[in-house]
Design a binder for this molecule. Structure first.
Ligand code: ZN
Length: 474
C-alpha cells in the first residue's frame, strides 16, 4: 500500500493541568469566547486557550466556528495531530443515535434529502467509556421532527476510518490480496481442507474463503457421497445462485446434450454463464463418480495471463479491454444474450498503467460466444483484426503448459473456484467404460463477499470493501 493510512495511531491528546479537569470540553467558556474570537483556521491558541483546551480541539475550517461556539457548516477534528475537516451534512447524515437508526433493524429512520440545506452544527468533544474520544454535535436547522435535545456522536476511531477510506478511494489505491499464479505457484500453494472441518469450524471457513479470494481455487476432501453435499458446502457460504440449470445441476454425458458440458468431449478453458448480466462468482463441483477413464479437469489463472499479456503487449491488452464480445445461449426455451469486453478494469490512478490489481473481471468463454456485432466486421475492419491478434496471444498464454494446473477430481472431492477469474476445462473421457458424475452449484459475488467480510471482521479485525481495508470499529 502506498500510504500507511489505516495504521491505528493513538489519538494525541495533550492537555494542561487545568484542562484535565475539563476533559470533555472543547468550547471555551463564555467569558473566553467573548474576548478573542479568531477567524483563522488552526491558529495558535492563546496561552489562556491552551489552559483549557485539549490539543485535539474541534475547530471550524471556515470561520471561528467552535472557537466562539457558533454553529457552522464545517468542523475540523484533530485526528492523530492533524486537523481533518468534515462537512456537518456528512456528520449529521451518519448519525447512529436511536432516533436516527433503528436499533434492531439498523435501518435509517430519516432520508438524506430530509436534511435542510442550511444545516449547521456546534461541536464539542466528549469521552465515552467504551468508545473513547468522541465528537458531539448539536444542530441548527436539524431534520424536521428532531428536537433541540438531539445530539450526534461520532468516535474519533470512526472518523479516522472514514477519512482514511475517503483518501484511499480518492487516490485510487486498491488493497488486493489476490495472488496471481502459474502451475508451479498453485501447485505449491494449493489448499486442501477436510469437509468436516470446513462445515464445523468458522475459523476454517474464514481461512477457506480468504484462500479462495487470494487464489480463486480451493479443494475439499472426504465429502459425503450424497447429491446434497454440494448444497451443504455452498450453504456454508450463503444462498445458492439459482439459474435455468437449476439450483444444483449434474455434469454427466447424455445423448443430444443441449450443452457441451453434458457430452464426453474435450471442453476447452471457459467460464460459465457469461451470457448473463451477473455471471456466478463461485462454482462448486463435487465428484460423485469418477469411473470413466480420463476426464481430468484443468484450470488457468486468467488474471495471471492478462498480466503477462500486458507485459508482452500493452496494445493487445487494451484491445481486450475495449473490443466487445457477445456471448449467448440461444435455445427454444431460453435465450440469453450479453456483450462484454474480455478484460474489465477497476478505475486506476490517472497517468499510470493498469497493474494486475486493476483487473476486475476477465470474460473468456469461447464455446458460448455468439456472432460479433455485424458493424464490427463491416465498417471497422481493423478492430476485429486487432482483436484476433490479441485473442491469439491471450489464448496462447492461458493454455501455456506452465500456466495450467491439471487435476483429476476423485470421488468424494469437491473443487470450488472463482468463475470470474479461474478458467476451467476438461479433457475428453470414455463414457462407455464407466460413469462420471459431478454435482455442481453456484454462489453469487455478493453472497461470497458478505460472508468473507463477516468472518474477516470477526477473526482479523478488518474487512474489505471497494478495495479499501476498513478497521472494525467498536
Ligand atoms: Zn441522531
Amino acid at each position: 500500500m502506498a500510504l500507511n493510512l489505516t495504521t491505528k495511531l493513538p489519538l494525541r491528546v495533550v492537555f494542561s493541568q487545568s484542562a484535565r479537569l475539563l476533559p470533555s470540553r472543547c468550547v471555551r467558556p463564555a467569558s473566553a469566547q467573548r474576548t478573542a474570537p479568531t477567524r483563522q483556521f488552526w491558529s495558535r491558541p492563546s496561552p489562556a486557550q491552551q489552559q483549557i483546551q485539549p490539543e485535539h480541539l474541534v475547530h471550524d475550517a471556515s470561520n471561528e466556528g467552535q472557537l466562539d461556539g457558533k454553529p457552522s457548516k464545517h468542523v475540523a477534528v484533530s485526528i492523530d495531530g492533524d486537523p481533518r475537516v468534515f462537512d456537518t451534512v456528512f456528520l449529521r447524515d451518519s448519525c447512529t443515535c436511536a432516533q436516527c437508526v433503528d436499533t434492531s433493524s439498523k435501518q435509517k429512520l430519516f432520508q438524506t434529502s430530509d436534511i435542510p440545506q442550511d444545516l449547521e452544527g456546534i461541536c464539542r468533544t466528549v469521552v465515552d467509556k467504551e468508545k473513547g474520544w468522541m465528537v458531539e454535535l448539536q444542530w441548527q436547522s436539524d431534520v424536521a421532527g428532531f428536537g433541540p435535545e438531539h445530539r450526534t456522536r461520532h468516535s474519533i476511531d470512526w472518523l479516522r476510518r472514514a477519512m482514511n477510506t475517503e483518501l484511499e478511494l480518492r487516490g485510487g489505491v486498491r488493497q488486493d490480496e489476490r495472488v496471481l499464479w502459474d502451475k508451479e505457484k498453485i501447485t505449491s500453494n494449493n489448499k486442501w481442507l477436510d469437509y468436516k472441518d470446513y462445515m464445523a469450524q468458522d475459523e476454517v471457513l474464514c481461512d477457506a474463503l480468504s484462500h479462495l479470494h487470494k487464489y480463486g481455487l480451493l479443494f475439499l476432501k472426504n465429502v459425503p457421497e450424497s447429491e446434497e453435499s454440494v448444497v451443504d458446502i455452498a450453504s456454508r457460504i450463503g444462498t445458492l445462485k439459482d439459474t435455468f440449470y437449476g439450483r444444483t445441476w449434474d455434469v454427466k454425458s447424455k445423448p443430444n446434450a443441449e450443452n457441451i458440458a453434458y457430452t464426453p468431449h474435450f471442453l476447452g478453458l471457459h467460464m460459465d454463464l457469461l451470457y448473463t448480466s451477473n455471471p456466478p462468482h463461485l462454482q462448486l463441483l463435487h465428484s460423485l463418480r469418477a469411473r470413466a477413464p480420463r476426464g481430468e479437469s484443468f484450470f488457468s489463472d486468467s488474471f495471471h495471463a492478462a498480466h503477462q499479456l500486458h507485459t508482452q503487449s500493452a496494445f493487445h491488452f487494451r484491445t481486450l479491454c475495449t473490443f466487445p464480445v457477445t456471448y449467448h445461449y440461444h435455445h427454444p426455451t431460453h435465450h440469453y444474450h450479453y456483450t462484454r469486453p474480455t478484460i474489465e478494469l477497476f478505475p486506476y490512478p490517472k497517468y499510470s498503467e493498469p497493474t494486475n490489481l486493476a483487473i476486475r473481471h476477465v470474460n473468456w468463454s469461447p464455446p458460448f460466444q455468439g456472432p460479433f456485432e455485424a458493424r464490427i466486421g463491416g465498417e471497422n475492419q481493423t478492430n476485429i483484426r486487432n482483436y484476433l491478434a490479441a485473442a491469439h496471444a491471450y489464448d496462447k498464454l492461458l493454455n501455456a503448459e506452465e500456466n495450467l494446473y491439471e487435476y483429476r477430481l476423485e470421488e468424494g472431492e469437491c473443487v470450488i473456484f472463482d468463475n470470474r477469474r479461474v478458467l476451467h476445462a476438461r479433457r475428453a473421457f470414455d463414457a462407455q467404460k464407466g460413469e462420471r458424475f459431478l454435482k455442481g452449484a453456484y454462489v453469487d459475488d455478493d453472497v461470497f463477499f458478505s460472508k468473507l467480510r463477516v468472518l474477516n471482521e470477526r477473526y482479523n479485525g478488518s474487512w474489505l470493501a471497494d478495495g479499501v481495508v476498513r478497521q472494525a470499529i467498536k
